[in-house]
Design a binder for this molecule. Sequence first.
Ligand SMILES: Cc1cc2nc3c(=O)[nH]c(=O)nc-3n(C[C@H](O)[C@H](O)[C@H](O)COP(=O)(O)OP(=O)(O)OC[C@H]3O[C@@H](n4cnc5c(N)ncnc54)[C@H](O)[C@@H]3O)c2cc1C
Length: 473
Amino acid sequence: MRKITIIGAGPAGLTAAYEILKQTDQYEVTILEQTDRIGGIACTVCHNENYMDLGGHRFYSKCAAITRWWHAIPGVTLLKKKRKSEIYYHKKFIDYPIKADFKNLSALGLKELILIFYDYLKAQIIKKEENSLEDFYINRFGKRLYEHFFKNYTEKVWGVPPDKLSPDWGSQRVKGLSILEVIKDSLKHAFHIKDNDNAQTSLIEEFYYPVYGPGALWTAVAQEIEKNGGKIMKNCRVSKLKTENKHITEISYIQEGKVISEHTDILISSMPIKNLILSMEEVPDAIKNISEGLVYRDFITVGVLIKDIKIKTDDCWIYIQDESVKMGRIQIFNNWSESLVKDPHTTVWLGLEYFCDKYDDLWNKSNQEMADLAADELIRTGIISDKTTIIDTHIERLEKAYPAYLGTYKNIQELRAYLDCFDNLYCIGRNGQHRYNNMDHSMLTAIECVRNILNNLISKDNIWNVNTEKEYN
Ligand SMILES: Cc1cc2nc3c(=O)[nH]c(=O)nc-3n(C[C@H](O)[C@H](O)[C@H](O)COP(=O)(O)OP(=O)(O)OC[C@H]3O[C@@H](n4cnc5c(N)ncnc54)[C@H](O)[C@@H]3O)c2cc1C
């Protein structure tokens, strides 16, 4: 039987294994996963019977086949959730997506509203040349709205101010988003018109969520894979690939400190491209340089269990637009699913998100220092009254959570062309393709990859070109 090895038990790797085993029994399928978890970034961590979603994962796709796929996984209950999120700005909470209602207008105040309107009109009359993401936002929203809703959060996520980011970021991530979209969305909301299908992705109103978090769905997928004969090997970190005439011949991984080498006929990789290239032999210097220059953002989530929250909120998450604190977003897990919380009626389970760089101070803080920082920022933002309300804290660090379109990303096509020359190598998923994506994109790259393998298709363009914003057939 031919052997397919898959690197990574995240949404991409699991979807690939599931699809192969569902469609054929001609292959022996093995997933190698470096951690002891299932689901990659979309895993769920259990700490003292409270479940933590590392990012707050909305299950939403414009591709109906993906939504059906999630629903077809046995043993998983998907809650239908209404989006509820706010922006914390200058000690006020404003709905995001913005709704032109009394609460939000009064939170901004009449003077501020006039200034916002003036800036918006000015931006419509005098368009800036778009040399940066800042220009992109100001041209669409005016300076004040940009400062309220985008500036600080964007800088926290990427570690670079928007005036130093390319305007392409705007067109890739908030394409279609404009003040008109926001007003249209706000009017639809006022008249109770639901239109999730046509909503700009960052404004979608409804999504699904597994009762026990995203990891529960991916664990159920893993069980299906094993039921169908697939093998999932945890704590196995792929470290080396042997190649011959543009063909992967052998894969080595480290398990319990030992290096194990095995033959594989086909290799599907969802590991970061940078590490993939590092593990390969005889890579030309030009390619090595591009891969070494790829940039990532790392991520810390601090779970904080509290007795009492000072703000009244039914938000799933709150964006923190405030330079005086380091946290970028807060998840309120009780509002995603009560089942995530051991005692949802007397405790509130929060996830404070910090975007950072592996080499910076934040990443290198001890767990106690991170817990202290989180407590201090919760008090300063008025979310809790004092430290005595905190019952428990748990810290999770995630490397390479965000592939950034910085550094040598502009030369990614050269990397792609190099990797595509290996006839039995397929790159899928978020870091596997260096794409700032959602789960549906990772899954679709896996589905396209399986289609190519099972149909002996040579070109890999369809795998790299998956576009989840377009209607997907
Ligand atoms: C904060 C945050 C919030 C998010 N919110 C949403 C959301 O609301 N909705 C949504 O759809 N998506 C969301 N996403 C994106 C989503 O998490 C990703 O799209 C998805 O997890 C990518 O799946 P993947 O399998 O491609 O990669 P990953 O999830 O990164 O999985 C890759 C796997 O490969 C393993 N691996 C890496 N290197 C090796 C190696 N050398 N050997 C063996 N194994 C290896 C890793 O351990 C990991 O398990 C969010 C992401 C973040 C960071």
